[in-house]
Design a protein around this ligand. Structure first.
Ligand SMILES: Nc1ncnc2c1ncn2[C@@H]1O[C@H](COP(=O)(O)OP(=O)(O)OP(=O)(O)O)[C@@H](O)[C@H]1O
Ligand SMILES: [Mg+2]
Length: 572
C-alpha cells in the first residue's frame, strides 16, 4: 500500500515555515565547524613551539586556544537552544496536522485498523521526524569538520591525505552495507511495535471485561507472546547495528595501524614532522567521529524515511480514505429524510439493497427489527458516518453527498448504541455539544434527559469527573448523559439508537414523553428493541431480511404485519 515516493521531501514545508531558525542553525553549525578546525591547526603549531621550547609563543598560542574553545562552547550552546526550539515547533505542527487528518478519516478506516498504528505514528514517528534536522545539522558540522581536516592533512602530507580518503571509502562501503541490513530489521520491529500498542490499548480499555470474564491468562499469554516478539525484533535491530559498528571499528583500528607504519616511513624520509604526525594521529579520533556521524546520519535518514512514509501515508490519505462532503450549506434543515434505492455494504458484505422510505419533518419514527438487521446502520447512513454505495439519501430533498459537513453534523444529533463519555466533568461533557452553553441551559437539557436528579446526588454535582468512558456512571446514567449531550446540540433531527435500553421503566416512560414533546418541532428517529417504548410513534419501520417489510402506526402494524404482532405479543 505504501507509495514509493520520497516522503522525506514532504518535510521541507514544515521547515520552510521557520526559515529564520533554520538559517540560524545552519550558520551556527558551519561556524562551529570553522572554529573547531582552528584547534588542531594551533595545537600543531604549539607542539612545534614545544619542540623549540619557545615559551612566549607557547603562552600566546595557549591563550588563543582557550579563546577558541570558549567560542566553540558558546556557539554550541546557541545552536542547541535554537535547534531545540525548531524541533518542538516542527513536532507540534506535524502532530497537529496528523491528528487533523485522522479526524477526517472515514469511519470505516477505524473498523479494521489496529489503534496502535495510529497512536504510534502520532506519537513516535512525528517526534523522530522532528528530531531529524537536529541530527542532520549536528552530524553535518562534524562532517564538514572532518572534510576540512582531511584537506589540512593534504597540506601536511599528500600521501597521508590520499590514505585518509581511501580509509573513508572503505569504511563508507561497510556503512552502506550496514544501513541496508539495519533498515530491514528496523521496519520489522516498528510493525510489531504498532501491533503491541494496539494490544496494550485493548487490555487497558477492556480491563473490566478481562477481569470479569477471567480472561487474564488468555490476554497475558497473547500479549506476552507479542511482547517477546517485539522485544526480540527490537533487540535484533540494536544488535545488528552494534555488531556492524564493532566490525567497522575493527577495520578502522587496522587502518590506524597502517597509518602508523606509513608515518614511520615519511618521518624517516623527512617529508613529515613528528609534530604533524602527532596532530594527525590525535585528530584521527575526529575522523572516527566523522565516520560515525556519516553512519549515524545515514541511519537517521533511513529511520526518517520509514517514519516519513508512515506519517505522510496517513496525512496525505494514501492508505486511508478521507470523508467526502459537498459544499452546499444549509443552516437549518426542515427535517425531511428520504432513502431512495439505497444499497450499502460493509467491506464486501451486502447489507441493504434498494432500501426505500421517507420520514416527514417533525415526525417521530421508530425503526424495529431483530438484532443484526441493520437498524444502527440506517442511523449511521443518515448521519453520513458511512456513505451509501448506490442510491441516494435526501435531506430536505437535497442529496446528502452535496451537503457540507457542518450542515449535516449541526442539524443531526445522534445518541449511539454504546455512547462514549469523555473523561471530563459532567458539565464539560455536555458543553462539548455547545461550547458557549450557560449553566442554566445545561441544567435544562439534563432535566429533559431525566439525569438532573442523579447528578445532584453526586458530591461535586455537575463538576464531577466521570472517568474514562464515564466509568463512575451506571449504564442508564451514561445513556441519559448522552441524550442530554445530544439535546444540547439543539439539532433539528435527533437519532436515538437504543438510547433508553438500560433505563428503568419509570425513566423510560418519562423520556418517551420528552421525545414525543420534542417531535413537535424536531424529527425524532428511535431504534428500539422494546416495542412498548415506541407504540406512540407516528410511524414504525419494520425491518426483516435487511429490508423494510412493513411500515405504519403501531395499530396498523398490529393489524397488517403478523411478524410485528408476534414480536409485540412475546414482549407483553
Ligand atoms: N463496522 C462494521 N463492519 C462490518 N460489518 C458491520 C459493521 N457494523 C455492523 N456490521 C454488520 O452489519 C449488520 C447490521 O449491523 P447493525 O449494527 O446495523 O445491526 P442492528 O440492527 O443495529 O443490530 P442490533 O439490534 O443488535 O443493534 C450486522 O450483521 C453486523 O455484523
Ligand atoms: Mg444496533
Amino acid at each position: 500500500m505504501e507509495k514509493k515516493t520520497n516522503n522525506l521531501m514532504r518535510l521541507l514545508p514544515y521547515y520552510k515555515k521557520y526559515t529564520i531558525l533554520c538559517v540560524a542553525v545552519i550558520i551556527l553549525s558551519l561556524g562551529y565547524a570553522g572554529i573547531s578546525l582552528l584547534s588542531p591547526i594551533y595545537e600543531g603549531k604549539m607542539l612545534g613551539f614545544f619542540e623549540e621550547f619557545n615559551q612566549n609563543e607557547i603562552i600566546k598560542t595557549a591563550v588563543l586556544l582557550l579563546i577558541i574553545r570558549i567560542v566553540i562552547e558558546i556557539v554550541t550552546n546557541m545552536w542547541s537552544r535554537i535547534v531545540l526550539k525548531l524541533n518542538s515547533k516542527v513536532n507540534l505542527d506535524l502532530k497537529k496536522n496528523l491528528l487533523e487528518s485522522l479526524t477526517n478519516f472515514e469511519i470505516k478506516n477505524f473498523d479494521h485498523t489496529n489503534s496502535g498504528l495510529f497512536i504510534s505514528r502520532l506519537n513516535k514517528d512525528t517526534t523522530e521526524l522532528a528530531e531529524l534536522f537536529d541530527f542532520i545539522t549536528d552530524d553535518l558540522s562534524e562532517i564538514i569538520l572532518g572534510v576540512s581536516f582531511i584537506i589540512y592533512v593534504f597540506f601536511l602530507n599528500i600521501y597521508l591525505g590520499i590514505f585518509l580518503i581511501l580509509n573513508l571509502l572503505i569504511i563508507s562501503l561497510l556503512v552502506s552495507k550496514k544501513i541496508s541490513v539495519y533498515k530491514k530489521v528496523r521496519k520489522n520491529y516498528k510493525e510489531k511495535d504498532e501491533n503491541l500498542i494496539g494490544l496494550y490499548t485493548d487490555i487497558v480499555r477492556g480491563i473490566r471485561e478481562v477481569k470479569s470474564l477471567n480472561l487474564k491468562s488468555v490476554f497475558l499469554n497473547n500479549i506476552n507472546h507479542q511482547q517477546e516478539d517485539t522485544i526480540q525484533a527490537e533487540m535484533k535491530s540494536i544488535d545488528t547495528r552494534r555488531t556492524w559498528n564493532r566490525w567497522i571499528a575493527a577495520m578502522q583500528h587496522f587502518l590506524d595501524f597502517i597509518y602508523i607504519l606509513l608515518s614511520i616511513y615519511f618521518i624517516k624520509h623527512q617529508s613529515l614532522t613528528v609534530a604533524s604526525f602527532l596532530i594527525i594521529f590525535l585528530y584521527k579520533n575526529k575522523i572516527l567521529i566523522f565516520l560515525n556521524c556519516i553512519s549515524e546520519l545515514r541511519e537517521k535518514i533511513a529511520d526518517g524515511k520509514i517514519s516519513a512514509t508512515r506519517v505522510f501515508d496517513m496525512m496525505d490519505y494514501q492508505s486511508f480514505s478521507k470523508e467526502q462532503f459537498g459544499n452546499q450549506s444549509i443552516e437549518y434543515l426542515n427535517g425531511k429524510i428520504e432513502f431512495q434505492n439505497v444499497s450499502f455494504c460493509y467491506e464486501n458484505e451486502l447489507l441493504f439493497e434498494n432500501l426505500n422510505f421517507g420520514i416527514e419533518p417533525n415526525q417521530m419514527v421508530a425503526i424495529v427489527g431483530k438484532s443484526g438487521e441493520g437498524k444502527s446502520t440506517i442511523l449511521k447512513l443518515m448521519h453520513k458516518s458511512y456513505s451509501v454505495d448506490k442510491g441516494k439519501i435526501l435531506l430536505d430533498g437535497i442529496d446528502i453527498n452535496k451537503l457540507s459537513e457542518k450542515s449535516i453534523k449541526n442539524n443531526i444529533a445522534i445518541v449511539l448504541q454504546s455512547p462514549y463519555i469523555f473523561n471530563l466533568s459532567i458539565k464539560e461533557n455536555i458543553r462539548l455539544s455547545k461550547m458557549n452553553a450557560i449553566d442554566e441551559e445545561i441544567i435544562e437539557v439534563c432535566k429533559k434527559a431525566q439525569i438532573h436528579d442523579d447528578i445532584m446526588k453526586l458530591e461535586n454535582g455537575y463538576d464531577t469527573l466521570v472517568g474514562e468512558n464515564g466509568v463512575i456512571l451506571s449504564g442508564g446514567q451514561k445513556q441519559r448523559l448522552a441524550i442530554a449531550r445530544a439535546l444540547m446540540k439543539q439539532s433539528k433531527i435527533i437519532l436515538l439508537d437504543e438510547a433508553t435500553s438500560s433505563l428503568d421503566n419509570e425513566n423510560q416512560e418519562k423520556i418517551k414523553h420528552v421525545m414525543r414533546d420534542l417531535s413537535k418541532d424536531h424529527t425524532v428517529i428511535i431504534v428500539a428493541h422494546r416495542l412498548s417504548t415506541i407504540v406512540n410513534a407516528d410511524k414504525i419501520l419494520y425491518l426483516d431480511h435487511h429490508s423494510i417489510v412493513a411500515s405504519g402506526t403501531h395499530q396498523y402494524l398490529m393489524e397488517h404485519c403478523s411478524e410485528y404482532k408476534k414480536l409485540y405479543e412475546i414482549e407483553e
